[in-house]
Design a protein around this ligand. Sequence first.
Ligand SMILES: [Zn+2]
Length: 160
Amino acid sequence: MPVGNFGSDLRSETDENLLLFWFEVRRAARCMALYEVATGPARVAKRSGLPGKTLAEKRKAAAQRLGDEVQVIIERDCYPKLYYQEHRDTREMTGAVLSWGFRSLLGAMYLQMAWRITSRQCEATGCNNIIGLHERSDKLTCSPACKERRRQHLQRASAL
Ligand SMILES: [Zn+2]
């Protein structure tokens, strides 16, 4: 056996788990950085090195990469799960809810990230931007232009 392969054969499971741990730490840090670019101030996006000429393009690139990273973990560590609800006092079944289960703590963390992303999406039609983490919690759109577009859309819808 070549000497060069010696190390990998002697690697213990503990070492592999430590390597996986650092891999996951780096992935989580990458996700947070992408989230910051997608939602944070313009200077963060400009310094990010992500593709795109405009701020909007850089933020879109960050959001897409973040989505890809989150998707990998959700597919691996989460699954849809039926929960049965019961009345608190009588313990009778009152209904069923389709929700999520997870196979690891990482799955739960990335599920929370996915919910965070989807709950903070701009409500203007045709806009997929994420509303900034540091924005007010009741903010519904990503920009004044989208706010106006949403207002006009709702006005047209109510006029029908
Ligand atoms: Zn928007």
